[in-house]
Design a protein around this ligand. Structure first.
Ligand code: ADP
Length: 837
């Protein structure tokens, strides 16, 4: 046997290592077992050695459980002698280390000391093998005798039994400590669960398999009004479930117990105060090791308010839906790209598509051509400002365009994508009606503006609501001065005979009450300046159906809402009538005179009394012929004049030399002039005019003829022509001719620029009184009525001249004074482009 290493002196060093070992061997090291100490002492005594100890092998370390004859050594790595003992069974003895080659050099190291003799026995655990040694040692050589050998074996077994007992006790200790720990953990857990259950807001109830309440948390207590103690041990349906719900509650419970879990359901709880609460439950079952239901756990939430709110919300949603659906307006939502998210039926009908072909489609699909840019602008605006309103065009099913007045808002609810809520009204018809109305108003306005008759409208109080320019002008007011005034008081206050005219007696007033049109022809209206003028008027009531709410159900009744009066100033017509009367009587008179002479002359011849007096008969025939000529001239003049005044004469214009025209006219009258011993002088120059030569020769002829008639013998008549500038007033012209041409010789007018030629027939005859100058161009006007006989005139010559000159776009006037001669002037344009006058 070779010496092996001494018991290692490497002892656990450092606090950490010791602590670790101490922790691991806490129980054996800490426990001082007197029984083991007794055994070591007894072993030492019996074996007659000073030292005895029990050492256990723990994880490679030698741990001394008991030591006699030396202080208990600390745990150490162990030495060779112990390992040899442990590896064998029975007693291992070294009587003298010096004699044993294994220990000769070092001796036997044990517990930090060196011995010469050693005897140890392994402690054999039937389950775990050798776990340590019981040994005796001495510093001197010693050997065991037989009895000591046996005794050491017995002590070894005793020590083993003791250690085994100790181990079991320790194990039991551990078990019981584990139990205690588990119990206290369970208690903590229970408290924790209770605290949690009572803290959570949810209702938590636990039921046994018979439906009895086992647990009832604080939330359950506060909602039900019952204390947990009042309900634990009772079935939930005994108190908490209203009678109507009991069978359902039992059925529900049975279903869960039979395996129908987890289950979610709602039921009603009847609180202690008798109020019903709706609880939404979620229940599950707790199973034992055999998977049998032992408890049922239900957690619930009081959803009474939620359900009420939901019900209210549902009802209000339904109401709004009905409102939106039933609305004649268009209601829709669309996203910021213009895609329709929802729409009411009316919206779909407006674009002529079923609802499902509208939702999810872009609004662009419904736009008419050319409306895209406006739509993009709208999208930009609503996204930027949050609101947009205006008119949007949509294609109508019939192919036309519908105009929608919209007011849309951007909705940005939390957590939702922003969208646009739109409200629209189809205003196509309204716009069309408005356009028609505008056109109608424009039309009636232009009628009112252009019509020559005076027209005004009155409200029920007789105040002016509308008046046309002609009416205002005739009445001598501005339109705005009359609007709003009481018209009767303003223009109709006095009768034609000067008597006051009360409003109640006015026929226009009776329009309101009688609801019929009235006409008046012999009335007068009064101007702003106090003068009056004769009028004819027609007043028509504006009738409407009386639609006042209080008359609902009654037959429709008409009522006047205003009166429209149209009137004409009859001054001119009356004057015309007068003139016509005068004309007829004058013509009759003018015709009768020569006719009477003619009749008398022919009567004499016819009677045969002049057969014997041929000279007289011839004279009678000459009278008859002269009167026939006169009649013919008269009739020709009348017809000429009527043709000219009626515009029935067609002028054959051409550029004519004025000199030629004047000379031709003079030539025709030369004979009469010569007879009257009057000299005709022409001063024509080289001017040309745009005229019908025959007509101008006729007019100049009439003027020369008159001049001859009213000039004394030996006098001179000057017929001359001069270019004139139309911009200057004519020399000697009357007031109303003030803008006429002026004589060129006085004005030194540039010949090139002159666009009129003025023709003058000047005599030095009897002249015309100033008060006759204006009327002298009227028909049958003569300064002296006897002229018609003495001068053979008809009083129509100047009227014909006037007509001819006017037809040529010229003017005619006279400058004359009694006994100072007369100058008749008229103008003619020099060309067709001339400024016609
Ligand atoms: P009548 O056939 O009578 O001449 P006119 O119309 O030609 O008809 O003339 C109307 C009246 O004008 C004449 O009757 C006359 O009193 C007056 N009158 C016309 N020309 C002259 C004149 N050159 N001098 C004076 N009186 C004239």
């Amino acid at each position: 046997m070779s010496f092996r290493s001494l018991e290692s002196d490497a002892s656990p060093s450092g606090a950490d290592e010791r602590a670790r070992i101490s922790e691991r061997y806490d129980a054996p090291m800490a426990a001082v077992d007197p029984a083991l100490d007794d055994l070591t002492r007894l072993a030492a005594r019996v074996c007659g050695r000073p030292i005895a100890a029990i050492m256990l092998l723990e994880g490679g370390w030698h741990v001394y459980r008991s030591a006699f004859g030396m202080p208990t050594p600390p745990p150490c790595r162990g030495g060779t002698v112990c390992e040899v003992t442990l590896s064998g069974d029975g007693v291992y003895e070294v009587p003298d280390a010096y004699l044993d080659p294994g220990y000769a050099e070092t001796g036997i190291a044990l517990g930090g000391r060196i011995f010469r003799s050693y005897a140890g026995v392994a402690l054999a655990d039937p389950a775990r093998g050798n776990i340590g040694t019981l040994f005796v040692a001495d510093a001197i050589p010693r050997a065991l005798d037989r009895a000591q050998h046996d005794a050491l074996e017995i002590f070894g077994r005793q020590a083993m039994m003791r250690l085994d007992l100790e181990r079991r006790v320790r194990q039991m200790d551990l078990v019981s400590r584990d139990h205690r720990r588990a119990d206290s953990a369970l208690a903590v857990e229970r408290n924790f669960v209770s605290a949690v259950l009572d803290t959570v807001g949810a209702l938590v109830a636990v039921f046994d398999t018979a439906g009895r309440i086992v647990r009832f948390n604080r939330a359950c207590e506060s909602i039900s009004g019952y204390a947990s103690s009042e309900l634990v041990g009772r079935c939930v349906w005994e108190r908490l479930i209203p009678a109507a719900g009991v069978s359902e509650a039992i059925r529900q419970f049975e279903s869960i117990r039979a395996g129908g879990f987890p289950a979610a359901f709602e039921n009603l709880w009847l609180t202690r105060e008798g109020i019903e609460r709706r609880i939404a439950w979620s229940a599950t079952a707790l199973l034992d090791a055999q998977r049998q239901v032992t408890f049922i756990i239900a957690t619930g939430i009081d959803v009474t308010l939620e359900r009420e709110a939901e019900a209210t919300l549902t009802a209000s949603e339904a109401r709004y839906r009905m409102l939106v659906e039933g609305s004649l307006g268009m209601v829709c939502t669309h996203d910021l790209e213009g895609v329709i998210l929802s729409a009411n039926r009316n919206s779909a009908e407006t674009v002529g598509r079923p609802l499902e072909s509208v939702v999810g489609h872009s609004l662009r699909e419904f736009l008419p051509d050319g409306a895209d840019a406006a739509f993009e602008d709208y999208l930009t605006e609503v996204a930027r400002t949050g609101e947009a309103q205006g008119l949007m065009q949509l294609r109508s099913p019939s192919g036309g365009v519908r105009v929608i007045a919209y007011r849309n808002k951007l909705v940005t609810a939390d957590g939702e994508r922003p969208y646009v809520l739109g409200f629209g009204v189809d205003v196509s018809e309204k716009i069309r009606a408005e356009e028609e109305l505008r056109a109608l108003v424009r039309q009636s306005n232009s009628i009112l503006e252009s019509v020559g008759d005076g027209i005004y409208g009155l409200d029920l109080e007789g105040r002016v609501t509308v008046i046309n320019p002609a009416a205002a002008q005739m009445l001598g007011y501005r339109q705005d001065e009359i609007l709003g005034r009481h018209m009767h008081a303003l223009i109709h206050h006095t009768r034609p005979d000067g008597q006051p005219y009360p409003w109640d007696e006015c026929p226009i007033h009776s329009c309101f009450t009688g609801l019929r049109t009235v006409r008046a022809s012999a009335d007068v209206f009064w101007r702003g300046d106090g003068t009056s003028f004769p009028v004819e008027y027609v007043a028509s009531p504006q009738i409407d159906i009386d639609r006042r709410p209080e008359r609902r159900g009654e037959p429709p009744q008409e009522k006047a809402v205003g009166v429209v009066v149209a009137f004409t100033d009859t001054t001119e017509r009356r004057a015309l009538d007068r003139m016509k009367d005068e004309f007829v009587s004058t013509v009759s008179h003018e015709l009768r005179t020569p006719l009477t002479s003619l009749r008398a002359a022919l009567g004499l011849i016819h009677s045969g009394t002049l057969i014997s007096r041929p000279e007289k008969a011839k004279q009678m025939l000459e009278i008859a012929i002269a009167n026939t000529d006169r009649l013919a001239k008269l009739i020709n003049d009348i017809m000429d004049l009527e043709r000219i005044r009626g515009g029935k004469t067609v002028l054959h214009h051409k550029i004519c030399s004025v000199a030629e025209l004047l000379r031709a006219a003079v030539f025709e009258r030369q004979e009469d002039a010569s007879k009257a011993k009057i000299r005709l002088q022409v001063d024509a120059g080289g001017a040309q005019v745009w005229a019908d030569p025959a007509r101008i020769i006729q007019a100049v002829g009439i003027l020369i003829s008159n001049a001859i008639k009213f000039s004394p013998e030996g006098s001179r008549i000057l017929v001359r022509a001069t270019p004139v500038d139309h911009r200057q007033p004519p020399d000697g012209a009357d007031e109303d001719q003030a803008d006429g041409p002026m004589q060129a010789d006085q004005l030194q007018v540039d010949q090139v620029r002159a666009d009129y030629v003025q023709i003058e027939v000047r005599d030095s005859g009897s002249g015309i009184p100033a008060d006759q100058l204006e009327q002298i161009f009227d028909r049958f006007r003569q300064v002296d009525a006897s002229d018609s006989r003495s001068m053979g005139g008809t009083g129509l010559g100047l009227a014909i001249c006037h007509g001819i000159v006017l037809q040529h776009g010229g003017r005619i006037w006279v400058r004359s004074a009694p006994d100072e001669g007369s100058s008749f002037f008229f103008t003619l344009p020099t060309g067709p482009s001339g400024n016609l006058r």
